[in-house]
Design a protein around this ligand. Structure first.
Ligand SMILES: C[S@@+](CC[C@H](N)C(=O)[O-])C[C@H]1O[C@@H](n2cnc3c(N)ncnc32)[C@H](O)[C@@H]1O
Length: 323
C-alpha cells in the first residue's frame, strides 16, 4: 500500500497568527462574532462527525442518498483524473465519488484539503488504504485564503460537499466561487453540495439537536480560544442558540452569555465583557434556492451546470464547468 502524502500550507504558527487576528476583530466587534473555521481542531472535527449521525441532522444523509443515486452520472460527465475536495473532513461520502470515478473513468489521484490537519491526515490515510492504486495527496490549508496551492495537472473535478458553502456570507461566496473558477482549466468541473431552503421546523432542530452535540460543537470554539490564545472562557456559561433568519435564508448559530462576565484573552492582552444575554455569532449556514445557486455560479464565470435534488428538495448537487 502507498501511504498518503500531506502538504502543510498552514503551520501551527500560521494558525495562531490567523486566530489572533480573527479573535481580535470578532471579539471587539459589536455584536461579537467568530469565523466557523475555528470550531475544527481535532475535537471539533470529531464532534462534527457525531453531528452527521444525529437523527435531526438530515443534510449528511440526504446528500449521501442523492450522491448514491446520481454518482454515475457525475462520474460520466466529469471524466476526472484528479478529484480535489475542499473541506474534506472525514471524506465519508467521498468514497462514493471515488468508486464511481474509478470504475467509470480515468481517476488517478485524490487531493483532500482541510484546515483540520488531524482530520485530514486520518481521512487521507484511510482512503489510501481503501483505494490501493489511487494516489492520495492531502493539502492542509485555508480555502478562504489562496487556492493556488492545489496541485495542477490531470483533468480535475473540485468537490465542495456538505453544504459548507453556506458557511460563507454572500460576498465571501462570490469571491470564493470566482477563485475556484480561476484555478480550474477550461473543461474542468466544480461539484457543489448545497443545502436548500426548507421548512424551519426541519432546519432548526438540525442545528439544535436534543442530545446537545451541536451545542458542544458550538462551544468548542471557546475551548480553542482557551487552548491557543490563553483565554479563560468558561464554555458552560454560554448557551447554544440556533435561529432561522427568514429574510437572509440562513441558520445562525450563536453563543449566549448566561450571566455577566469578563473574559481575558491572555495571548491578545485583551479583556472582553459579556452582559447576560449577549450573543456572539459563531456560524451561519445559508440555505439556497436552485435559481440562486445557478445565478451565483454564473456570476463567478461558470457555465450553466447540471443540478440534482433529493425528493424532498432539501439538498442539491450542482456540477458546473469552467467556461
Ligand atoms: C461542515 S464540515 C463538512 C465536512 C465534509 N465535507 C462533509 O461533507 O461532511 C466542514 C469542513 O470544512 C473544513 N473547513 C472549515 N473551514 C475551512 C477553511 N476555511 N479552510 C479549509 N477547511 C475548512 C472543516 O474542518 C470541516 O472538515
Amino acid at each position: 500500500m502507498t501511504a498518503a502524502t500531506l502538504d502543510i500550507h498552514l503551520t501551527d504558527d500560521d494558525l495562531d497568527t490567523a486566530l489572533r487576528s480573527d479573535a481580535r476583530l470578532g471579539l471587539t466587534a459589536d455584536p461579537k462574532w467568530l469565523p466557523p473555521k475555528w470550531f475544527y481542531d481535532a475535537r471539533g472535527s470529531e464532534l462534527f462527525e457525531r453531528i452527521t449521525e444525529l437523527p435531526e441532522y438530515y443534510p449528511t444523509r440526504t446528500e449521501r442518498a442523492l450522491l448514491e443515486r446520481v454518482v454515475g452520472e457525475i462520474a460520466d460527465a466529469a471524466q476526472a483524473e484528479v478529484l480535489v475536495e475542499l473541506g474534506a473532513g472525514s471524506a465519508a461520502k467521498t468514497r462514493l465519488l471515488l468508486s464511481a470515478l474509478g470504475a467509470r473513468g480515468p481517476l488517478k489521484k485524490y487531493v483532500p484539503q482541510d484546515v483540520s490537519s488531524a482530520a485530514l491526515r486520518a481521512a487521507a490515510d484511510q482512503v489510501a488504504a481503501e483505494f490501493p492504486g489511487l494516489a492520495v495527496h492531502g493539502v492542509v490549508s485555508d480555502f478562504t485564503d489562496t487556492l493556488d496551492n492545489l496541485p495542477r495537472g490531470g483533468r480535475r473535478m473540485i468537490a465542495f460537499l456538505g453544504g459548507t458553502i453556506g458557511n460563507l456570507v454572500p460576498e465571501e461566496r462570490a469571491e470564493f466561487l470566482a477563485r475556484i473558477h480561476d484555478v480550474l482549466e477550461p473543461g474542468e468541473q466544480l461539484l457543489l453540495g448545497a443545502g436548500l431552503v426548507t421548512d424551519p421546523a426541519v432546519l432548526v432542530p438540525a442545528y439544535d439537536d436534543a442530545a446537545g452535540v451541536t451545542a458542544e460543537f458550538n462551544r468548542n470554539v471557546l475551548h480553542v480560544l482557551n487552548a491557543r490564545l490563553g483565554a479563560d472562557f468558561a464554555p458552560d456559561r454560554f448557551r447554544h442558540v440556533a435561529v432561522w433568519d427568514a429574510e437572509r435564508e440562513w441558520i445562525e448559530m450563536r453563543l449566549e452569555a448566561v450571566e455577566d462576565m469578563t473574559v481575558t484573552v491572555g495571548g491578545l492582552g485583551l479583556t472582553v465583557r459579556f452582559g447576560r444575554g449577549d450573543q456572539m455569532r459563531t456560524e451561519i449556514s445559508a440555505k439556497f434556492r436552485v435559481a440562486g445557486l445557478d445565478a451565483e455560479l454564473a456570476a463567478a464565470g461558470f457555465a450553466t451546470g447540471r443540478v440534482w435534488t433529493d425528493p424532498d428538495d432539501r439538498f442539491a448537487l450542482v456540477l458546473a464547468g469552467r467556461r
